[in-house]
Design a protein around this ligand. Structure first.
Ligand code: AMP
Length: 112
C-alpha cells in the first residue's frame, strides 16, 4: 500500500528541492543527498509504487522497460556507463529501505 507521506513523493510534486539529473514520463533522477560514493544518483518512478515488489507486480511491461532504460540513460549522462557502476534497490524491512517510494540507487565514479 503506497503512502504519500514520504520525501520522494514531495520531490515528485516539487514540494521540496532536489538536484535533478534527468526526467521523462516514467522516471525522475536526482543526486542522493548523502552520497556514499563519488557518484551516487537515484532514479525514482513517477508512478506511485512503494518498492520493487509493488513495481514489478503492478507496473506495465512498458513502464518497467522504460524505467530501467532510464536508469541506463542516467548512467550515460553521468559518464559512468563505460567505467562501470552498481545499481541496487532496497526493498522492505530487512533491506533497511528508508523511503517507501520505489527507487534505484546508481553508484560509481570510483572502484566499488
Ligand atoms: P533507501 O530507502 O534505504 O534506499 O535510502 C534512501 C536514500 O535516499 C538514502 O541514500 C538517502 O541519503 C536518500 N535521501 C533521503 N532524502 C533525500 C533527499 N531529500 N534528496 C535526495 N536523496 C535523499
Amino acid at each position: 500500500m503506497y503512502n504519500k507521506n514520504n520525501v520522494f513523493y514531495k520531490i515528485l510534486k516539487s514540494e521540496i528541492p532536489a538536484k535533478i539529473i534527468y526526467e521523462n514520463d516514467v522516471a525522475l533522477s536526482f543526486y542522493d543527498i548523502c552520497p556514499l560514493k563519488k557518484v551516487h544518483a537515484l532514479v525514482i518512478t513517477k508512478g506511485l509504487y512503494s518498492n520493487f515488489n509493488d513495481f514489478i507486480s503492478n507496473a506495465s511491461a512498458q513502464e518497467v522497460k522504460d524505467f530501467f532504460g532510464t536508469v541506463s540513460k542516467v548512467s550515460h549522462i553521468l559518464n559512468i556507463a563505460e567505467s562501470g557502476y552498481r545499481i541496487l534497490s532496497n526493498t522492505g524491512h530487512d533491506s533497511g529501505q528508508e523511503i517507501e517510494h520505489f527507487h534505484v540507487h546508481i553508484l560509481g565514479g570510483e572502484r566499488l
